[in-house]
Design a binder for this molecule. Sequence first.
Ligand code: ATP
Ligand code: MG
Length: 441
Amino acid sequence: MNQFKSLRGMVDVLPEQTSLWQAIEGVAREHFSRAGIKEIRTPILEATDLFARGIGEATDVVGKEMYTFSDRGDRSCTLRPEGTASVVRAAIENGLLTQGGQRLWYEGPMFRYERPQAGRQRQFHQLGIEFLGLKEPMNDAEVISIAWHLLNDLGLKDLELEINSLGTESDRDAFRTRFVSWLESRRSELDPDSQQRLKTNPLRILDSKDKKTKVILESAPKLSELISAESRHRFLHVQQSLEDLGIPFQVNEQLVRGLDYYDHTAFEITNSQLGAQSTVCGGGRYDRLVQELGGPATPAIGWAIGLERLILLMTQQANQNPLGKSAQLSKLKKPDLYIVNQGVDAKRKALVIAQKLRDAGLRVELDSSTASFGKQFKRADRSGADYAFVIGDEEVKTGQAPLKYLRDSSTKNKEVSTEKLLHLDDLESLISTIHKEQNIH
Ligand code: ATP
Ligand code: MG
């Protein structure tokens, strides 16, 4: 029979990688909790209209990338391509917006039908925050600062923060008219993608990666020239707050972001080591979205980190610097103790002892094979555990078994004994030996 394979662009996260995922999630949770940001979990499946209306029909995400299907009740459903629209829908539906400013975070799988490559999948994961009902420029700086400090605390190096102001909708309308008429006369020189965008979503041309188009854009009218005084003032305030926070940034006037709902502040955190998929975190202010989705007028700002890209970068940087924080976080948690055991009575005893030690908080691996002591010791060594507790039927009879130190005894502190005979019914002394000697190492 043919073996099943995961769908293209859908990737398994294997046990050796999940410890890094968990470490990242742990650091993120800590940052969120310190900043008073609470978790929200929304369904992965939503009505298609939510995204069509929220993200915008003209965007690549809605136009080409959504996983959309009819369910058995003939409703058009979509696997969420991003988190913001769902969070806003949930906040409106559950009356959260009547309870003052909301600081929320989420994490989970997102789905986009894209061409898979390094850092680009069809199912990928985002970790994001959304501040709803918070309109001040200092909120923009706070939101950016949380992403910046989180990524730095994960040990990442060479990050770049780029920011831009997209102005208001009417600023962009005015700019679009001028920009399109300027580009129309140069239409034939643009790359095909940008020619197409001239009709559907002209501002995205600013984001073009095409070399020739980029050169043309250098002399094009600038959005910053048409931005209202209010928005410009706001942008300066955000920049000043970032300076106060000591966060380095660059203004990038070409930064427009792929979703339609942004106003004023837009930002990205990138690392050039990631090549074409260089954006680890992207976000911005979306003051019109809540109303667009049927809620009360509510200013908002947020960001999302792509976890696969983050992990790619952490892994690369951990390899370059094995002593760095990224490398520490990538390490698998090793068991404290491996129980080597052989014989019917010994196996019965070992099962119970393993459970009791786990209850007491130790990480314990229990050998369940009938392999020889020698083979079991090899496995104990490979497990990374510092200690093995060795139980045979003889040990059950005498009620005493050896706790062996498995690591190189020459590097070991003299106070640590290489072998210690312990009572099988006195697990307290086993636990305290391991704890005590862990402190010595
Ligand atoms: P890109 O320009 O790389 O396509 P985007 O603008 O579509 O990114 P957003 O919608 O802002 O991305 O999503 C936020 C983050 O989610 C991105 O910065 C990236 O890290 C991650 N991301 C987006 N799409 C994918 C994908 N298909 N696979 C893996 N990560 C992704
Ligand atoms: Mg994209």
